[in-house]
Design a protein around this ligand. Structure first.
Ligand code: G3P
Length: 222
């Protein structure tokens, strides 16, 4: 996955599930090819195959479990995610937080099957803690700003700077940021503060004209 990057997390938004997931992912694909910018999508496990078959941008899972083949009913098997066409996964999203041991296990299993990992953290300290586990990227998202209209780069610019500094001290891993990102300007500020990209959801999944918004965002990604 090329940096800087915009990762659109489809979460469980009605506008981003099933057929709508394919439609929205195609729109992201179009914007990526029209602008030459790096855009990826994180979709529901059930939608990975259909989305991955329909687009050429990277498709991510929103979560995997640190399990292997066998008796693990209801868990998300890394091999199945890979076979469905995902190139990586989010882990420890604020809406699906994991014990540190499970994050470590998830990163190990992802590496075994060839999936990239983007590990989320609520704070700069947590980001540094998970960075020690050597994921491919770390994403900092203040939970209170998720789904809101004020972006992390405006409301809490210091968390981006602190995270970049703290992660740098333990590992050479790109830091993304997210929460409330709605415009190209929000992205520009995030990059100026040291982020190598953003993780966002409602800015696109709830937009009346998602293509217009994403084009504006992609143009600001330098
Ligand atoms: O994973 C992205 C995320 O949690 C931010 O959500 O809606 O604030 O862009 P949103």
């Amino acid at each position: 996955m090329k940096l800087p990057i915009i990762i659109v997390n489809f979460k469980t938004y009605e506008t981003a599930i099933g057929k709508e997931a394919v439609k929205l992912a195609k729109l992201c694909d179009e914007v990526a090819s029209e602008t030459g910018k790096s855009i990826a999508v994180a979709v529901q496990a059930a939608d990975i195959k259909a989305v991955a078959d329909a687009v050429s941008i990277p498709v991510l899972a929103q979560h995997i479990d640190a399990v292997g083949f066998g008796s693990n009913t209801g868990h998300i098997l890394p091999e199945a995610v890979k076979e469905a066409g995902a190139v990586g996964t989010l882990l420890n999203h604020s809406e699906h937080q994991l014990h540190i041991k499970m994050i470590a296990g998830g990163i190990d299993r992802a590496r075994q099957v060839g999936l990239k990992t983007i590990v989320c953290a609520n704070t700069a300290d947590k980001a540094a803690e998970v960075a020690e586990l050597d994921p491919d990227m770390v994403a900092v998202e203040p939970p209170e700003l998720i789904g809101g209209d004020i972006s992390v780069s405006t409301a809490k610019p210091e968390i981006i700077k602190n995270t970049v500094e703290k992660v740098e001290q333990v590992a050479d891993i790109p830091v993304l940021c997210g929460a409330g990102v709605k415009t190209g300007d929000d992205i520009k500020k995030s990059i100026e503060l040291g982020a190598k990209g953003v993780l966002l959801a409602s800015g696109i999944t709830k937009a009346e004209e998602p293509k217009k918004v994403l084009l504006d965002m992609a143009k600001s990604l330098e």
